[in-house]
Design a protein around this ligand. Structure first.
Ligand code: SAM
Length: 303
């Protein structure tokens, strides 16, 4: 018999609770219960953190630690529940639930997967708090367009990933072109995640993770012009960022935008057409659309 300590909490309290419980727990599992928006982690989103303990006394120590960490943040501690659960091999559980993903040339996997990349570009991305496990349609469409650009001989000497999350797109770009990529994100947690993931994927020297709202950080603003920019954020910020993204794009650069619901595509494209960028490619997956844009009518070797 194992024990599980379950804590209902707001997203903003999650990092502190995880840090407090990690040394004692066999495993920590966190999941969103109610989100304002499925593509963004907002501070008030409701999450649940489960800490798995090997025995009852560890479970009670975990519960005490959790209450202490909640109290430090001035949060109520009445949401901490200890209960016995049937023993389960958590690693096997996670592995079964989340097998590696083969996506074009990419093979997205975690450390516990026993993979044989065989000519593929393996991207090791650990499940964590930063968005970008590779399982979302928007991430996958970006990866497909990135790979297509590589296959079509698009030249990339500098690249930018706006809204890098786990760093997955920046890492993919660095692995394909072996050049410098800036991975920018508004959230510090994502910057930490991108930096760590870049190292694990042997592109730590190529990927520079930067905290930035849009392109505001100096490293981002001064790092261009970029031959490839990916921005998988949301339609609203993408429209707002249109002039800045256009300015940062090299004359023959390619811009890949995602996080756009199909019904929002026309308004996003209108904002970019106003910047004299035209549509070069498009991928629709379910409700989501991903577009590739470039300056003027030139085809850039793009379909
Ligand atoms: C949908 S996730 C994309 C993650 C990853 N690039 C992928 O494709 O899986 C969006 C990320 O954009 C970040 N973000 C949202 N608005 C932003 C902005 N204005 N500037 C920079 N990052 C932003 C969020 O913090 C989040 O990590």
């Amino acid at each position: 018999m194992q024990y599980q300590v379950t804590i209902a909490l707001r997203y903003r309290a999650l990092p502190a609770l995880e840090a407090a419980l990690e040394p004692l727990a066999d495993a920590l599992l966190s999941e969103a219960i109610a989100e304002d928006h499925p593509l963004e982690n907002r501070p008030d989103d409701q999450w649940q953190l489960c800490a798995i303990a090997p025995d009852q006394s560890t479970a009670h120590r975990l519960a005490d630690e959790a209450r202490r960490a909640l109290a430090v943040q001035g949060l109520p501690d009445d949401s901490v529940v200890v209960e016995p659960v049937p023993a389960l091999d958590w690693i096997a559980h996670v592995e079964r639930d989340a097998p590696p993903i083969a996506l074009g040339r990419f093979l997205i996997h975690a450390a516990h997967h026993d993979i044989d990349p065989r000519g593929r570009v393996a991207l090791r991305i650990e499940a964590g708090l930063a968005f970008g496990s590779g399982r979302h349609a928007t991430t996958q469409s970006c990866l497909r367009l990135i790979e297509r650009a590589r296959r079509r001989g698009h030249v990339v000497e500098r690249a930018l990933d706006v809204g890098a999350g786990s760093g997955i797109l920046a890492i993919a770009i660095a692995r394909l072109w072996r050049g410098p990529v800036i991975a920018a994100d508004i959230e510090k947690l994502s910057v930490i995640a991108s930096r760590a993931a870049a190292k694990i994927n042997q592109v730590g020297a190529l990927v520079q993770a930067v905290e930035s709202q849009g392109l505001a950080a100096r490293a981002v603003a001064q790092g261009g012009p970029y031959d490839l920019i990916c921005a998988n954020i949301l339609a609203g910020p993408l429209v707002a960022l249109a002039p800045k993204l256009r300015h940062a794009l090299a004359p023959r650069g390619l811009l890949v935008l995602s996080g756009i619901l199909v019904r929002q595509e026309a308004s996003v494209l209108a904002a970019y057409r106003a910047q004299r960028l035209s549509l070069k490619g498009r991928l629709v997956d379910g409700d989501w659309t991903t577009v590739a844009l470039a300056r003027g009518p030139r085809r850039l070797g793009w379909p």
